[in-house]
Ligand binder design. Structure first.
Ligand code: HEM
Ligand code: HEM
Length: 176
């Protein structure tokens, strides 16, 4: 029986956590400096955008790796198994919706969106109601995402502590 997620899935999992931590810090810091430091503010928003684009690419690759490599078995108790399936699927959905709504909130206002100055995303027609919808969706989805990640972290920590079933090692790199 498989004990770990495949190496690409594990690498993508922890890389995503790192990228999300940096890009969320950038957007939060931007709230503090937006009025006083315009150049820093622009850099922080561009960092948020480029890392968001990278998260999208990593998630795409990760899902591919996930589909082609079987995952370790989930708990046999139905409620825990379904809880994990719903939570993991919701996290994946957020990881796709956030970059898409992030792009739309800018592109629908006529901005050109670039990822690390290398990839230029398609320019679309000005559409302020689409931009408003995307902005609202981005905000709501980011709150849902942060809530889900916190619950996911709490669940992993709780299982590790209570069950002693080494749940963290399923996503870790230590060989037992
Ligand atoms: C996993 C990916 C992402 C997460 C978790 C995320 C999360 C957030 C959060 C929490 C905010 C602050 C709330 C708000 O002002 O609406 C925000 C703002 C923003 N996001 Fe994202 N975002 C992601 C990806 C992207 C991408 C790919 C883009 C653009 C292509 C983008 C564009 C923006 C913009 C323009 C803002 C407003 C920044 C400001 O003016 O303060 N986001 N995002
Ligand atoms: C950006 C933050 C995070 C995201 C988006 C995320 C997402 C996910 C997803 C989607 C899975 C299911 C794996 C799959 O089926 O491909 C997973 C599994 C897992 N995550 Fe996270 N995670 C995050 C942060 C964390 C943190 C902070 C921890 C704990 C320190 C953690 C521990 C785990 C563990 C132990 C598993 C394996 C659970 C199992 O199936 O037994 N994750 N994560």
């Amino acid at each position: 029986m498989k004990q770990h997620y495949s190496l690409p899935v594990r690498l993508c999992h922890w890389a995503t956590l790192f990228l999300v931590a940096v890009q969320l810090s950038a957007v939060m810091l931007n709230k503090l400096v937006y009025d006083t430091r315009p150049i820093l503010s622009e850099t922080l928003v561009q960092t948020h955008i480029s890392l968001g684009g990278l998260i999208f690419i990593v998630t795409f690759f990760r899902l591919g790796a996930r589909i082609f490599n079987p995952a370790p078995a989930l708990p046999s108790k139905a409620i825990l198994r379904w809880g994990a399936i719903v939570a993991h699927a919701s996290l994946y959905i957020c990881l796709f919706i956030l970059p898409v709504t992030g792009y739309l909130r800018l592109a629908a206002l006529g901005f050109e969106v670039e990822i690390f100055g290398i990839i230029s995303l398609p320019v679309i027609e000005l559409n302020t109601s689409l931009a408003a919808f995307a902005t609202r969706s981005h905000r709501i989805c980011s709150i849902a995402f942060i809530t889900l990640v916190s619950a996911h972290f709490a669940a992993a920590a709780l299982h590790q502590r209570l069950d002693g079933n080494a749940v963290l090692s399923r996503m870790g790199f230590k060989r037992s």
